[in-house]
Design a binder for this molecule. Structure first.
Ligand code: NAD
Ligand code: ZN
Ligand code: ZN
Length: 385
């Protein structure tokens, strides 16, 4: 089959690779009909997560069940499914605790007390390096889906691929940020990052009762998108002091919730500059620092942007003084996917309006380049095998 194979940073290729097979009795094989490139894929593409062996990338995918392992009870050949990005067994301590991103069974090699360091990641996901389980991903014609009674959800025929594809990651991720914020209704939610995850977060914020949504980014075209499809007020972090601007918009107090939907992206570009500049600037422009400063006292900072290396100079004094609550990590997509699918079915939520590029799988390497360099006003690339 054809698949998008990561070789080394900035080097991804479409290649012929062996078709995936049923390896465990709980597996299914899915024929992929649509798959997307995620900001998280760019961390691998840009070398922030190491991967030595070639690997098929992609954790946002959907398709049709082609082959079913003998112990799978909920799916049959021909079922059309979306697949949440964490690979979770449904039975271990963490799965029972509704933390599918930390499943002990799916990534036994790297699970351990060191979880959180590059030596020991807990949990696994599709197409996300050997640290996260070494599973091939869904930017391919076919993909092996383990624990098929746990992750995949059947989707109604009347909904298109593009309408449901983002239930695999970015919608549950946006939902998670808002869940962590524990909105009661009437809050001001500032979202740092107006990429796919930030836009999805803004949509979920409205749905869960926010009174105001503020989008922050450095790319004017993405701020325009945030105004158009997520009804956000916007702040360009490169043009104004974002912290001052958000305080001015909120009676001097700051936003009730400041979401970091940027992650290591904030450091990209800087790495291309001189290393002295790197040391001077990482702290000052990093979205997380801005979020901690722009949130009001007693506020919440959900961190769904991905970080993969240790960070020193963490502003604990500021967090303590302001009495902040901070929660970070991978989204437990399994927990929210059904509710999100229902909202899409009922017409309360859509994310297909973030798609700017539709490419055949054969052009996936161009898709990576366009998305990474933000060419041609790119927000989200969907690949069709
Ligand atoms: P993206 O790279 O398209 O979006 C990031 C946005 O942040 C860009 O629009 C960029 O211009 C903006 N940005 C950069 N520096 C900024 C700054 N200092 N202040 C404000 N904005 C800034 O990626 P995406 O697909 O939207 O993903 C965003 C983040 O979410 C990534 O780190 C990704 O890995 C992560 N993610 C996490 C989960 C999870 O489960 N927690 C799931 C999916 C994605
Ligand atoms: Zn993703
Ligand atoms: Zn588990």
């Amino acid at each position: 089959m054809k698949a998008l194979v990561f070789h080394k940073p900035s080097d991804v290729r479409i290649e012929d690779v062996p078709d995936p097979r049923i390896e465990e009795p709980t597996d299914v094989i899915v024929r992929v009909t649509a798959t997307a490139i995620c900001g998280s894929d760019l961390h691998i593409y840009n070398g922030f997560f190491p991967q030595a062996k070639p690997m098929v990338l992609g954790h946002e995918f959907m398709g049709v069940v082609e082959e079913v392992g003998p112990q799978v009870t909920k799916l049959r050949k021909g079922d059309r499914v979306v697949v949440p990005f964490p690979i979770a067994c449904g039975r271990c301590f963490f799965c029972q605790a509704e933390l599918p991103g930390h499943c002990e069974s799916s990534n036994p090699k790297h699970y351990g007390p060191e979880g959180g360091t590059l030596e020991g990641k807990g949990g696994a996901l599709f197409g996300y390096t050997d640290l996260y389980g070494g599973y091939n991903g869904g930017q391919a014609e076919y993909v092996r889906v383990p624990y098929a009674d746990v992750g995949p959800r059947k989707v109604p025929e009347r909904l298109t691929d593009e309408e449901v594809l983002f239930t695999t990651d970015i919608l549950p991720t946006g939902w998670t940020a808002i869940e962590w914020a524990e909105l009661k209704g009437g809050e001001t939610v500032a979202v740092f990052g107006c990429g796919p995850v930030g836009l999805a977060t803004m949509k979920c914020a409205w749905l869960r009762g926010a009174a105001r949504v503020i989008g922050v980014d450095r790319e004017e075209y993405r701020l325009t998108k945030a105004r158009e499809i997520a009804k956000a007020e916007t702040v360009n972090v490169d043009k104004v002091d974002a912290v001052e601007a958000i305080r001015a918009m909120t009676g001097g107090r700051g936003a009730d919730v400041c979401v970091d939907a940027v992650g290591m992206e904030a450091h990209r570009g800087l790495l291309e500059k001189a290393s002295s500049a790197l040391h001077g600037q990482v702290g000052t422009i990093s979205a997380l620092r801005l979020a901690l400063s722009a949130v009001r006292r007693g506020g919440v900072v959900p961190v769904v942007g991905v970080y993969g290396v240790p960070y020193d100079n963490f502003p604990l004094g500021q967090i303590f003084d302001k009495g902040l609550r901070l929660q970070a990590g991978q989204a437990p997509a399994h927990n929210y996917i059904d509710r999100i699918l229902k909202h899409i079915e009922d017409g309360h939520l859509r994310a297909d309006d973030i798609i700017t590029h539709r490419l055949p799988l054969s052009r996936a390497p161009q898709g990576y380049e366009i998305f990474n360099k933000k060419l041609d006003d790119c927000v989200k690339v969907v690949l069709k095998p």
